[in-house]
Ligand binder design. Structure first.
Ligand SMILES: [Zn+2]
Length: 316
């Protein structure tokens, strides 16, 4: 089967639904690809190291399901992987804003946003809260979340991400490499020069202190070039000696890629045929899906929302 495929890819997971699903998924990928450590990806870009039918596994954010469901499977199969985390979220045992928003009612959130941003609720009602938040600065998102807290139906205290003990257990396994993922997961392109730099540099430095290792890798929150981040962030990473930085551009890797813009294919669900199709088609699947479903991709939603907020009469 591997003969059919000579390409190389990086698979990205966020939440891992179960051990069974993850094991089956890895078995399907393994029919077409060999699993390799991140150090081989570094050699591929910097030392002209040849890769054929190779796959590296990544996790963004550090969801507890990575520890509970993915780590035991990776250990049993002795497979290497990389996890991108915020040292702040791990140390303080708090949730990311995009996790906490799921504790509240979408309509309530949109009403508060409409009020505080001087736009009509009806103008933003059809967009997802996720897309709306992705057009906002972190401090505005945090303000809305704080306002929502007394209205929460669930306990927002429940921890969604790995803690320090779990991070150290991962490190001791010797199969997990670590990379930084900012402190608060802002959409970096919405932030000021200073705030973007602080988010990136503090995460690299604090993660390095936590794991007592040099941090060589980084994953951009949300990961879409020219939407969630741009050249400014790439330059900050270069100045901080980051060797590889990862996006969410859905395609195979190529030796001509900028090592600070390495693409990854994400996967969070799906049966065996779906997984097989996804890992073999690269970017074609995403394009096909947006045509079949005839709906706006998130990228288009964000562009339209930015227009709505720009046209609003109230400026902060
Ligand atoms: Zn993330």
């Amino acid at each position: 089967m591997r003969l059919l495929n000579t390409k190389n890819l990086i698979m990205l997971f966020h939440v891992v639904p179960s051990k069974v699903w993850f094991k089956k998924t890895l078995e399907v990928i393994n029919r077409f690809y060999h699993f390799i450590p991140i150090q081989d990806i570094e050699r591929y870009y910097f030392d002209n190291y040849k890769l054929t039918s190779c796959c590296h596994i990544c996790f963004d954010d550090g969801d507890t399901t990575v520890y509970e469901n993915a780590l035991p499977v990776l250990r049993s199969m002795n497979l290497p992987a990389t996890i991108f985390v915020s040292p702040k979220i791990v140390k303080e045992e708090v949730n990311y804003w995009f996790q906490e928003k799921s504790f509240y009612d979408d309509t309530d959130i949109k009403r508060i946003i409409a009020e505080s941003h001087g736009v009509r609720y009806l103008d933003i009602a059809r967009y997802s809260v996720g897309s709306i938040f992705k057009t906002m600065k972190l401090k505005d998102i945090q303000r809305i979340i704080i306002e929502m807290r007394p209205r929460g139906v669930h306990s927002f205290i429940s921890r969604k991400n790995i803690n320090l003990t779990q991070l150290y257990e991962m490190q001791k396994s010797n199969i997990i490499s670590f990379g930084a993922h900012t402190m608060n997961h802002p959409i970096l392109s919405n932030e000021s020069d200073e705030d973007s730099r602080i988010e990136i540099e503090t995460s690299i430095n604090e993660l390095s202190e936590l794991i007592n290792e040099e941090v060589r890798y980084f994953a951009y929150p949300d990961g879409t070039y020219n939407i969630s981040f741009n050249e400014r962030e790439v330059n900050i990473l270069r100045e901080n000696n980051i060797k590889l930085a990862f996006t969410t551009e859905n395609r195979f890797i190529h030796p001509s890629d900028d090592p600070l813009l390495v693409p990854r294919n994400s996967l969070s669900y799906g049966n065996r045929p779906f997984v097989a199709m996804k890992v073999l088609t690269g970017s074609y699947w995403e394009r096909l899906r947006s045509i079949i479903l005839m709906h706006n991709t998130e990228r288009e939603e964000i562009i339209k929302l930015k227009q709505i907020f720009r046209n609003s009469c109230v400026k902060d």
